[in-house]
Design a protein around this ligand. Structure first.
Ligand code: ZN
Length: 338
């Protein structure tokens, strides 16, 4: 019997007509059919350039789904190539408000996967085969987990061929350069010598329209870079490359009162929060251990000793005084049109 599982064949899609289908993903326990959305927009017979957008790799990171919706609903004339969108890759986690797959694997540690491996590995293989069949460029949409907010940033390996040029032309100024070999989609795509950009922004289990628009803007800038859409916007602006990152952790447990703003430039020793007791008495002030920019932070006010509170990107190649305005904000960061 022929498997009904989704198997992307570009010839099934008529040129010039974007289409959203609900297709068969591997079933729950071999019992329950699971359908997930797949969107394909072919502009020309020539498939390339083919941009693939994936979201909800972690099932609770639903802001990527919102970005995908904005993209699919947008009145857009694709001029050439193909746009493929998988808005809920980990449909199982999504349905359960959960980060992981049903076998508790993180799919983003399973790529490229094996068709004879465990469920996580087989499912990663299923996704990987479908997205890499035609894809030339990949955008993977993520957010912080539940209780963690990330400011809009991209993560990529600048040593991948073509990546530098691509990054120069995207709409997001904060670029975290990281080259981990960790089973992520980004690593597996990089192994193919193709560019994969991870977008990080927002918080798990929340939709934030502003952050979703940052994601949409990023995708538009990439489509525009490859001449796939006409855009009036110029996306070339200064990029801040972050090469080192570190979490500031709670030295003690308590109630966290945050005093910092998203995207704030901070100096070593600066107070960004307070930990208070049940009585309200101050336990300790949370001070920055390094100069840098706050890439992400805990949004949970109940913290235990050792909990990650503030994710700092080191601005090694920049002088923080040159970057910050009077308020200590990363200059113009939130100013460009979302
Ligand atoms: Zn994620």
């Amino acid at each position: 019997m022929k498997s009904s599982l989704f198997d992307l064949d570009i010839e099934d899609y008529e040129i010039g007509y974007p289409r959203l289908d609900f297709v068969d993903f591997p079933s729950f326990y071999g019992l329950q059919k699971v359908k997930a959305p797949v969107y394909v927009y072919r502009a020309t017979k020539e498939v390339s350039p083919c941009v693939v957008v994936t979201a909800c790799m972690h099932g609770d990171e639903i802001n990527g789904l919102r970005t995908a919706q904005l993209l699919m609903k947008k009145k857009m004339k694709l001029l050439k190539g193909t746009l493929i969108v998988l808005p809920t890759v980990n449909i199982y986690g999504f349905l359960n408000k959960h980060r992981y797959l049903p076998d508790r694997k993180d799919i983003n540690r399973c790529f490229p996967g094996k068709n004879k491996g465990n469920f996580g590995s087989r499912f990663a293989d299923f996704i990987f085969r479908n997205v890499t069949r035609y894809g030339d460029v990949f955008i993977d949409l993520h957010s912080g987990g539940a209780g963690r907010f990330n400011i809009p940033q991209i993560r990529c390996d600048l040593s991948t061929p073509g990546m530098h040029e691509l990054v120069e032309n995207v709409s997001i100024p904060l670029v975290v350069n990281s080259a981990l070999r960790d089973g992520s989609l980004r690593e597996a795509i990089s192994e193919l010598g193709k560019p994969c950009i991870v977008f990080e922004g927002g918080e798990g289990l929340r939709i934030d329209e502003t952050i979703a628009k940052y994601g949409l803007n990023l995708i538009n800038s990439i489509l525009s870079h490859y001449g796939m859409i006409k855009s009036k916007k110029e996306f070339i602006g200064e990029k801040f490359i972050i090469k080192r990152r570190k979490w500031t952790r709670a030295s003690r447990g308590g109630l966290l009162l945050n005093k910092a703003k998203y995207g704030k430039i901070v100096k070593e020793g600066e107070v960004v929060g307070e930990l208070r007791q049940m009585s309200g008495d101050l336990i300790t002030k949370v001070r920055m251990e390094h100069d840098g920019v706050i890439l992400g932070m805990s949004t949970s006010s109940l913290v235990m000793a050792g909990d990650a509170l503030y994710h700092i990107g080191f601005l090694d190649d920049y002088n923080p005084d040159d970057l910050a305005d009077d308020e200590g904000e990363l200059s113009d960061y939130f100013d460009f049109e979302a």
